[in-house]
Write a protein of this length. Structure first.
Length: 71
């Protein structure tokens, strides 16, 4: 038998959703395109995102605030 721990889902009301194509302000490259990979709350209850950049060999940008994202 396989026992799996049931995860509690937290509903986060955010401006952008998983899979949305967005652009964001990057310190290195200026404005970069990417996809919303994960939505979560930080310790101050602010919405932060993890963005997937690139296609075949993607990289991820973590802890991007909602103010830094351009639709």
């Amino acid at each position: 038998m396989c026992f799996k721990k049931k995860k509690n889902k937290i509903v986060i009301h955010s401006k952008y959703h998983l899979g949305d194509f967005v652009r964001f302000k990057d310190k290195k490259d200026g404005v970069c395109p990417g996809y919303i990979y994960e939505v979560k709350l930080n310790e101050n209850n602010e919405v932060i995102y993890t963005l997937q950049v690139g296609g075949e060999c993607p990289s991820f940008r973590y802890n991007i605030k909602e103010e830094e994202i351009i639709k």
